[in-house]
Design a protein around this ligand. Structure first.
Ligand code: UDX
Length: 461
């Protein structure tokens, strides 16, 4: 199929590339000429494993090209994806001005040639945006133009977006007609066949067709539920700290119930990134505007913000005076396998350490350059061991795999004092104490090496 994708940000670029890989012909449009130039030169402005090679392959195969013209894309393609940004505003609501601008531009350029175009809303938007897009296009298009607006929410995770695109649990389309449902089904047929599962066909993603409003709600409801799961387990972690339980055991025991499932039960510093914080806040505002009080989401946000504060109190408990101490920070990205630092806990932690007057040494395999712009005074290091040199304490902020397999004895020898404060529970307490560390983690009692007095339980709550 011939498909135009408007917006070459994260969602747009991944969607377009994967659709091209599945055999469709893609035009990627952006109104930023520098971005288009960069993409034409084969450079990818975002960090996503495997994406650069996939773009190059599909450009070389003639299935993918880059353009600055929405007008051209609207005229030439049978389907147009809107994948522009919907930034969060201070009051939690989403700024839809880019969606509106693109809708208007599409409207004036849709041909009245008897074909029925499908306009797909891919950006995460408040419920009823599809209706707005439709009205906006209806107002601006020439007589005789035929089109339909479809909602097709994305559920891609940064860092595994390509995997998620080809092996989704479900594909959701919100439509107004059989015609639109059939067109979307044709588009996703290669993925629905399950040919990307191993072995091919061993699984097939669920195909769910709904009305447009329900599809829009599915996106916000899903992300908010996952965020709720995280805040729930973090609340249980707080109870563990007060009662002497171990959150890892509690989460395992809960997750073994199929109705609950083990995913998104990792306690720690809470969620960050470009989606959960924005989507939870937006969904709460959507509910409020509709006349419903979604109080649970307020709690979800408060618990999440509280996790960072709790971690800072653990640093104080471990170090007593922070001023003048050298602190090694491992992990800066909001999660592993990405260089994205949007809403990353590390930013709050660095700001606080800086304010306290600590000397900060940091290491992250991917996000260092992004953080350097915000915190130029931090010493950025080439390895975790280098970051730990002469440090009074080491903080684990992002759970990159390489941190799990550190040589703890070597780490201890590098540091001035053996203190680890682990915001992601990546270490096994006996292993760290054996290497000579005092170890503070989330939702587990602090532990100390043999010979040091054991605490009767954490005073941190
Ligand atoms: C999320 C959704 O998973 C995805 O479906 C949607 O399209 C976009 O938002 P993403 O933000 O890339 O994806 O990251 P994800 O892997 O879901 O993690 C989100 C945040 O939750 C991270 O900060 C992560 O550290 C945190 N998290 C996740 C936990 O704290 N505990 C968990 O158990 C799981």
């Amino acid at each position: 199929m011939r498909v135009g994708v408007i917006g070459t940000g994260y969602v747009g670029l991944v969607t377009a590339t994967c659709l091209a890989e599945a055999g469709h012909h893609l035009t990627c449009v952006d109104n930023d000429p520098r971005k288009i130039q960069t993409l034409r030169e084969g450079k990818i402005p975002i960090y996503e494993p495997g994406l650069e090679e996939m773009v190059a392959r599909n450009v070389a195969a003639g299935r993918m090209r880059f353009s600055g013209s929405t007008a051209e894309a609207a005229a030439e393609n049978e389907m147009l994806f809107i994948a522009v940004g919907t930034p969060g505003r201070d009051d939690g609501t989403a700024d839809l001005s880019f969606i509106e601008a693109v809708s208007r531009e599409i409207a004036t350029n849709l041909p009245a040639d008897g074909t029925r175009k499908i306009i797909v809303e891919k950006s995460t938007v408040p419920v009823s945006t599809g209706d707005r897009v439709k009205r906006s296009i209806q107002r601006g298009c020439r007589p005789g133009v035929q089109f339909e607006v479809v909602s097709n929410p994305e559920f891609l995770r940064e860092g595994s977006a390509i995997h998620d695109f080809f092996r989704p649990d479900r594909i959701v389309v919100g439509v107004e007609s059989e015609f639109a449902a059939a067109a979307m089904r044709r588009l996703y047929e290669p993925i629905l066949e399950g040919r990307y599962f191993d072995p091919p066909g061993s699984r097939r993603p669920a195909w769910l067709v709904t009305d447009v409003a329900s599809a829009e709600l599915i996106k916000h409801a899903s992300n908010s539920f996952l965020a709720l799961k995280i805040s729930y387990i973090n609340s249980i972690a707080a109870i563990c700290e007060l009662t002497g339980g171990n959150i890892e055991h509690v989460a395992e025991g809960m997750g073994l119930d199929n109705r609950i499932g083990p995913q998104f039960l990792r306690a720690g510093l809470g969620y960050g990134g470009s989606c959960f914080p924005k989507d939870v806040a937006a969904f709460r505002e959507i509910a409020r505007a509709a006349g419903a009080d979604f109080g649970i989401l307020k709690e979800v946000m408060e618990v999440n913000a509280g996790q960072r504060k709790k971690f800072l109190r653990k640093i104080e408990e471990a170090l007593w005076v922070v001023k003048g101490k050298t602190v090694a920070v491992l992990g800066l990205a909001f999660k592993p396998h990405t260089d994205d630092i949007r809403e990353a806990p590390a930013l709050d932690i660095l700001a606080w350490l800086d304010k306290q007057g600590a000397h900060i040494r940091a290491y992250d395999p991917a996000a260092q350059e992004n953080v350097r712009k915000l915190f130029p005074g931090v010493a950025y290091c080439a390895s975790p061991y280098q970051a730990a040199e002469q440090a009074d304490a080491l903080l684990v902020v992002t759970e990159w795999d390489e941190f799990r397999y550190l040589d703890l004895k070597r780490l201890r020898e590098t540091m001035k004092h053996g203190i680890i404060i682990d915001g992601r529970n990546i270490f096994d307490p006996p292993a760290v104490t054996e290497a000579g560390f005092e170890y503070f983690s989330m939702g587990r009692p602090p532990v100390r090496p043999a010979g040091m007095e054991q605490s009767s339980g954490s005073s941190v709550s």
